[in-house]
Design a protein around this ligand. Structure first.
Ligand SMILES: [Zn+2]
Length: 211
């Protein structure tokens, strides 16, 4: 469940102070409307009741997506000047939150953003990769390939689709994955994320951890 909190904020226009309701915890996997509001840069945007000024308050909030194993701390953009200090604060806060996060099913260390722009970009990127993965899944079925999910954080860090075509019944085998990927791209050469997968697997990086 997502939830809000009340904070006292000073309007940067008329300097009046007022209580505002802000989203302090957003479950992106459960609340699509809120996720969409982040994507359009409209979450936690305030309107002053005195002078109607629209402003982005200096508030911190948390974004979670259990399906993506993602926890993100969003600090105000102005905090970036003291980035190290806030990263440390995040780590302390996370230690307190860790049992809650793990109960939800989030095991990865949180990601930090200063301002919501970085999170906004990440959500768009996730949507693109998910679309691509859905298309690939359809082709894989036609080609008799099975799709295996990799750890979400690994896919996120490398900007890769989360599902890989693999030979059925086997664990991760690099050559098997590469031949599956090449067959996929022969069938549809517009799957750029999968072209990046080939490049990754042809390189010297570690084997991707399966989910
Ligand atoms: Zn005002």
């Amino acid at each position: 469940m997502s939830f809000t909190g009340l904070v006292e904020l000073e309007c940067p226009g008329c300097s009046e102070t007022e209580q505002h309701e802000i989203w302090s915890f957003v479950r992106g996997d459960l609340d699509e409307t809120l996720r969409d509001r982040i994507k359009s840069g409209e979450l936690n945007v305030m309107e002053c009741p005195h002078c109607a000024r629209i402003f982005y308050p200096d508030v911190s909030w948390v974004y979670a997506d259990v399906a993506e194993d993602l926890l993100a701390f969003v600090f105000p953009a102005s905090f970036e000047a003291e980035a190290e200090r806030w990263r440390k604060k995040m780590e302390e806060d996370f230690e307190r939150m860790r049992p809650v996060a793990e109960r939800l099913g989030i095991h990865e260390k949180p990601v930090v953003f200063f301002g919501a722009d970085g999170l906004e970009e990440l959500l768009y990127r996730q949507d693109d990769l998910k679309d691509e993965s859905d298309v690939a899944e359809w082709y894989a079925k036609e080609l008799g390939l099975s799709m295996r999910a990799v750890r979400p954080a690994f896919a996120r860090e490398h900007g890769l689709p989360r599902k890989l075509p693999l030979a059925a019944g086997k664990g991760f085998a690099r050559q098997g994955a590469l031949s599956g990927l090449r067959r996929l791209l022969d069938a549809n050469d517009r799957l750029d994320g999968y072209r990046r997968w080939i490049k990754y697997l042809e390189g010297a990086g570690e084997d991707p951890p399966l989910a």
